[in-house]
Design a protein around this ligand. Structure first.
Ligand code: ADP
Length: 227
């Protein structure tokens, strides 16, 4: 699904080598953690997949196509292949859970008659079908993050990227969010989670990539956290 081929990313403003000749492949339907200290290059890794940054050297491939293929009018094809979840859930305060999730369908032009069924399935996947009329302020932070995950998956992207998705959550809510990400994975979605949450990585074991100063120093298929 995703391939990094000799990928280097240098930020010219500071001459920082954020990623240093990275080679890694993530297959269809994998669940992968990306771990490492602050500054190790996790966000840079995500930003390259999202095409928010371009490699200084090398190539990032998605489904066999270099990301450079997705230019201009093809950019929307790239966005449709990826759902994103961040530390901040970025829900719209004035919309209830249902409308927040439906919003993603509106953006990509899904016909309105399909919305109820698709939103219901997405909210069910995150265990919040019963909260569909709740506004974000009526939900816990963990529930809000689960709505954000529903919004990210309602368009059925083959890839879900989660950047510190439990960064603002207490341990109980963090575990709930991890379980939801695992449910998404069970639907067949490839899931990449950048995280600092050592306890989660130890508890819910999946392939773990460890970055250190921009280099991939560990690729542990049985999971677990070691820095
Ligand atoms: P992480 O997500 O693991 O904390 P980042 O990918 O954000 O790591 O950062 C990797 C390195 O690149 C760090 O040294 C950071 O200071 C640097 N960096 C990140 N973004 C920028 C930027 N926009 N401009 C210059 N340097 C950056």
């Amino acid at each position: 699904m995703i391939q990094f081929r000799n990928v280097t990313l240098e930020y010219p403003s500071t001459h920082t080598l954020a990623l240093d000749n990275l080679n890694v492949e993530i297959g269809d339907g994998e669940f992968v953690y990306l771990v490492g200290h602050s500054g190790a290059g996790k966000s840079s890794f995500m930003n390259l997949i999202l095409k928010r940054a371009l490699p200084t050297k090398g190539e990032v491939m998605l489904a066999g196509q270099p990301l450079s293929y997705y230019r201009g009018r093809r950019t929307h094809l790239l966005r449709r292949r990826m759902g994103m979840v961040f530390q901040e859930n970025l829900l719209l305060d004035h919309l209830n859970a249902y409308d927040n999730v439906a919003f993603a369908l509106r953006v990509v032009g899904v016909p309105q008659r399909e919305w109820p069924q698709r939103v219901t399935v997405a909210l069910r996947t995150v265990g919040l079908e019963h909260k569909k009329y709740a506004l974000p302020m009526q939900l816990s932070l963990g529930e809000q993050q689960r709505v954000a995950i529903a919004r990210a998956i309602v368009t059925d992207p083959p890839l879900l990227l989660a950047d510190e998705p439990t960064g603002n959550l207490d341990p109980d809510n963090s575990r709930e969010v991890l379980k939801v990400l695992q449910n998404v994975h069970l639907r067949g979605t490839t899931v990449i989670v950048a995280t600092h949450a050592r306890d989660l990585v130890e508890t819910f074991r999946h392939r773990t990539l460890t970055l250190r100063r921009g280099k991939l120093v560990r690729d542990e298929h049985l999971g677990g956290y070691a820095l």
